[in-house]
Design a protein around this ligand. Structure first.
Ligand SMILES: [Ca+2]
Ligand SMILES: [Ca+2]
Ligand SMILES: [Ca+2]
Length: 606
């Protein structure tokens, strides 16, 4: 059945291509080169899609698109951008046959006419309170090297997020972790090389107004668009250190040894900003704001040294990580960072934070800061800490030291488990107890993920990406009852996973509800898991299966779906056929033993 669907898609795409080439004008150069429609099965197009994009090989001057539904014709709104035409506000209905008619004129006067027939898919359950899903919206190589040429739209991330807000909402993304928006030591820095936390691309400092991602105005416009689509936005807060002081502001400082040295610890003058926002007229970020450094201009590299009168802070792991280490025993620093946190929420409009390198920051201060921001803002603030600890015992101890039950952490122990999945050495049955997401008392304090901007790099600096069986890992985190799962931008947009991740997001958005059940017959090769569904929302619930196998055979397991006499199909399209459960809810569910297609998510047909 799957093969016939693939064949059908191929024929449909060919038909689309023939229709287009058949109707074009005398200049046979003008043609459609890419269509979002081609990504979907034209026989069962997802009716919840609100927009498609068509791309031509010449710039488009004029376009008219209409949608025929039986006798009715409706004009489709379009946005033309160079060679791309985006069709918006489609408002399709389930199980209807449509014809899309597009008449396009290029700026050189060439004309093209196309007709595409498609039928929309089944209807999905109406969910009152949809699942939450996070996306990390950047990666290390963004807007650099070959990526800059290949993805020119990423040259201004804030504008791109504003533009993609509706698409992201449409596939079920409910929150975004965006990169550090503050001025760093140079324009193209990722944001972790903090220069001034209050300059979000607003002032001419460090030879630039904008940051790598755009200006403050563009950022706030993006937040506004994202909020308009119901998406929350989280700031990547870098508290641990500051870097290089713009490479220009050297000052005299005194080490604990009494030695006078020159260091990059002078984070002023605040060109343009002056005393805007912070109390920069009352105190300044000079060496007194820091605990120590591992470099002096006149000495070169050295072992991390305290400044005179300083001691390292009360941190979970060693206080010193890199650059100029911030002193959280300094009252001015504490006060300013608390005010800054409230400003980011109240004035800029963010909804929460990701805390960078948090195990190297004073734990008492994190408690104090979070309590202050929660108290001084009207929002229910979300906070996730990057405490890079790869065993559940260690991460649990870390959380015991943070006195705030709203505080969540990235599930690094779960990611560590996925390294075994990658290598094919995993005992799949052990996935029932892997990571913080399965640790009693901490299950909902876990942000589950597979790769991020540190692990998902082309050139490995920390950990190699989970580049094998990544869909199996996504299936696991996206169907789970607990944890907030995260999708990584680079997987989605750069590494060609968008189409298959969208299917998993669909399963999460409409079916992954109700209590989760471990099955009794997991083994070293296959892991299955059941969501019972919502009692008051028929058609919800699922059976997910992931395989580590490579034989190409099908594994069949008798599983209690908890839903008697119900017909299921695999929404991912990887497994063929239907499964009908018996009067006790049991059915023979399947998954293929294959790296590239070894996952299935069985959902009720209606
Ligand atoms: Ca530190
Ligand atoms: Ca200190
Ligand atoms: Ca410190």
């Amino acid at each position: 059945m799957k093969r016939s669907i693939h064949l059908f898609i191929l024929i449909a795409i060919l038909a689309l291509a023939i229709t287009l080439t058949g109707c074009q004008s005398q200049d046979n150069q003008f043609s459609l080169v890419d269509s979002d429609l081609a990504d979907y099965n034209l026989q069962a197009l997802d009716y919840t899609l609100k927009s498609f994009e068509l791309e031509f090989n010449q710039e488009v001057e004029e376009v008219q698109v209409s949608l025929l539904e039986g006798e009715n014709t409706k004009t489709v709104k379009t946005i033309v951008e160079g060679k791309k035409v985006k069709l918006i506000n489609l408002n399709l209905k389930p199980t209807i046959s449509y014809q899309l008619v597009a008449n396009v004129k290029s700026i050189t006067g060439n004309e093209l006419s196309s007709k595409t027939n498609f039928t929309t898919d089944r209807s999905y359950p109406q969910i009152k309170d949809p699942n939450k899903t996070l996306m990390q919206t950047f990666y290390w190589e963004m807007n650099k090297g070959e990526y800059r040429d290949k993805y020119p739209e990423e040259a201004n991330l804030w504008n791109l997020l504003a533009k993609r807000a509706d698409d992201l909402a449409n596939v079920g993304i409910t929150e975004l972790w965006v990169p550090a928006a503050n001025k760093a030591h140079e324009q193209q820095d990722e944001g972790y090389g903090t220069y001034d936390l209050w300059d979000l691309g607003e002032f001419d400092q460090v030879n630039t107004v904008r940051t790598k991602y755009g200006t403050r105005e563009e950022l706030q416009n993006a937040i506004s668009n994202l909020h308009g689509e119901g998406i929350k936005v989280y700031y990547d807060a870098v508290f641990n250190h500051r870097i290089a002081a713009g490479y220009q502001n050297v000052e005299d400082s005194i080490l604990a040894s009494g030695e006078h040295v020159k260091t990059y610890t002078k984070f002023y003058p605040l060109k343009g900003r002056q005393k805007y926002y912070s109390k920069a007229d009352q105190w300044k970020w000079d060496w007194h704001a820091f605990d120590g450094v591992d470099y002096a201009v006149d000495k070169g590299n050295m072992a991390p040294q305290n400044f005179e009168g300083k001691e390292w802070d009360n941190t979970f792991e060693k206080d010193y990580l890199l650059a100029a280490d911030v002193d959280y025993q300094n009252q001015n620093v504490r006060d300013e960072m608390k005010e800054w946190g409230a400003w980011i929420i109240n004035d800029i409009g963010f909804d929460g934070f990701r805390l960078d390198a948090v195990k190297h920051i004073d734990s008492d201060f994190i408690d104090e800061w979070l309590a202050y921001v929660q108290k001084n803002t009207a929002k229910d603030i979300f906070v996730v800490g990057e405490a890079w600890i790869e065993n559940t015992m260690g991460l649990t101890f870390y959380l015991y030291g943070i006195d705030n039950s709203d505080y969540t952490v990235f599930d690094f122990p779960l990611r560590k488990t996925f390294e075994n999945l990658r290598s094919g050495t995993m005992n799949m049955a052990a996935l029932s107890r892997a990571g913080m997401v399965n640790k009693t008392g901490f299950k909902d304090r876990a942000v589950t993920f597979i790769d991020n901007h540190d692990t998902g790099r082309d050139h490995v600096e920390y950990k190699a990406p989970i580049n094998i069986r990544k869909y199996q890992a996504y299936t696991y985190i996206l169907m789970r009852e607990h944890g907030l799962p995260m999708v990584y931008w680079k997987d989605y947009y750069q590494d060609g996973m968008k189409e298959n991740i969208n299917k998993l997001l669909k399963a999460r958005r409409y079916f992954a509800y109700g209590p989760g059940h471990e099955v009794a017959n997991n083994d070293t090769n296959t892991y299955s898991y059941v969501r019972e569904g919502l009692a008051d929302t028929p058609g919800t619930g699922l059976v997910m299966m992931i395989s580590q196998g490579v034989s190409g055979d099908i594994t069949t397991k008798r599983i209690n779906s908890t839903q008697p006499n119900t017909e299921f199909y695999d929404i991912t399209g990887n497994a063929e056929g239907r499964v009908v459960t018996d009067a006790d809810g049991y059915g023979e569910f399947k998954v293929k033993n294959d790296e590239a297609t070894g996952w299935s998510v069985w959902v009720p047909v209606e």
